[in-house]
Ligand binder design. Structure first.
Ligand code: ATR
Length: 271
């Protein structure tokens, strides 16, 4: 039996175990997906211990994505993002990857039918999620405008992302005028029914992805639907980052319908 897992703190409410175990069942893979909560001081020992025990792969979540980047050999994208969310133990040495970027891109392309190549895209947020999304969209060929409450963080991030620009939130209406893609990569909308984007700046030519998945229907997505935009909820981004990790670990196509079903069932049960 193969073992996969998630390393973070806390990980008790993670949606990844049911999502990945549904994939193993569908593809007839003898594997389990378990959660680990090492203390910060034990992180390096935990990753080395997982390798020594024959664990096949690990996902990494808050607050360890940046630190794991320094513990394993990383691919170019994870190096640019500065964070690892997937470790593959299948090769000669553990390798670190970031599937959050491709997760956002696939959610927009597959669920939102967005064409990123040459598109004007706006990413709201310049934290860890914002970094991954901005790099993901730029890799897909989009010109990315990053808007953040703390403008300096957006400007700093933009300097690392090809053909990106950094801004404060005040200029969002101007940035959105010609844009066809909008992603909320802030935590706004999670705690309260709030949105970082003024409703009257939204329009019908936008595909809008909200990385927030609890609640699934955020105020931003409601406003976007009212404006006639195409909406993509945060569970799709979560699903596709998981699908990318599954494909990296197993070399097989992810059964996205089964994974989506497991994910949404758990989200409904948690409500
Ligand atoms: P994560 O890794 O999940 O992105 P983070 O690094 O703490 O978490 O970043 C949170 C993001 O949400 C940041 O872009 C943050 O803006 P600041 O850089 O100005 O802090 C944004 N954010 C959080 N609360 C916000 C709020 N009430 N209004 C606007 N942006 C907010």
């Amino acid at each position: 039996m193969q073992v996969f897992g998630l390393v973070g703190n806390p990980v008790g409410h993670s949606l990844s175990p049911p999502m990945h175990e549904a994939a193993y069942e569908t593809r007839d893979i003898d594997a389990r997906y378990v959660t680990f909560e090492p203390a910060a001081d034990d992180l390096a020992a935990a990753v080395e211990g997982a390798r020594a025990l024959g664990v096949s792969g690990l996902n990494v979540t808050v607050p360890y994505k940046e630190r794991v980047r320094d513990l394993v050999a990383v691919d170019d994208l994870a190096a640019r993002i500065g964070a690892v969310n997937t470790v593959d133990f299948g090769g000669d040495e553990p390798t670190g990857h970031n599937t959050d970027a491709a997760g956002a891109r696939r959610a927009l392309e597959v669920q939102g039918d967005a064409d990123l190549d040459g598109a004007d895209a706006v990413v709201v947020g310049a934290g860890g999620a914002g970094r991954a999304v901005a790099h993901g969209l730029a890799d897909g060929g989009a010109a990315v405008a990053i808007a953040n409450r703390t403008e300096e963080r957006a400007v700093d991030l933009a300097a690392d992302v090809p053909s990106a620009t950094g801004h404060g939130l005040d200029v969002l209406p101007g940035l959105l005028g010609d844009a066809t893609v909008l992603v909320n990569a802030t935590s706004v909308g999670m705690e309260a029914d709030e949105t970082p984007v003024p409703a009257d700046a939204l329009h019908g030519d936008l595909v809008v992805l909200d990385a927030v998945y609890a609640p699934l229907e955020t105020r931003l997505l409601r406003d976007a639907a009212t404006a006639g935009a195409t909406t993509v909820d945060g569970a799709w981004m979560l699903l596709y980052q998981g699908a990318e990790a599954f494909e990296l670990w197993t070399g097989r196509r992810a059964p996205v319908a089964a994974m989506d079903d497991a994910l949404r069932t758990r989200l409904r049960d948690d409500r």
